[in-house]
Design a protein around this ligand. Structure first.
Ligand SMILES: [Zn+2]
Length: 101
């Protein structure tokens, strides 16, 4: 039905980020952000406002596992990612998957 849309540009810009797992780009809000603070602390940023270098991953287990296995989070953030951070991420993903199902 909405396939032949006239050239109506939506002015609202949705910020998109790339998931380190599947390499797809998604609205920032749909992704989990892992951030390395200027002090070198890794944490999960739920607000999207923490300063520092960030990496994004989809809120699904497949992407998380891929990201963990490939070590891309630690490459992207140039910092060791502790098991606790992975565990925390996994927990968050589980919660959001349950919410969405
Ligand atoms: Zn993904």
């Amino acid at each position: 039905m909405a396939e032949t849309k006239p050239k109506q540009q939506v002015k609202k810009k949705i910020p998109e980020r790339r998931c380190v797992g599947c390499q797809g780009t998604f609205p920032k809000k749909e992704l989990l952000r892992v951030v390395r603070s200027p002090e070198g602390m890794i944490s999960i940023d739920f607000t999207g406002k923490k300063s520092g270098r960030g990496a994004y991953v989809c809120q699904n287990e497949a992407c998380f596992r891929k990201a963990k296995k490939s070590g891309i989070l630690h490459r992207t953030l140039e910092c060791e990612i502790s098991e606790e951070i992975y565990a925390e991420l996994e927990k968050e993903i589980r919660i959001s998957e349950e919410k969405n199902s």
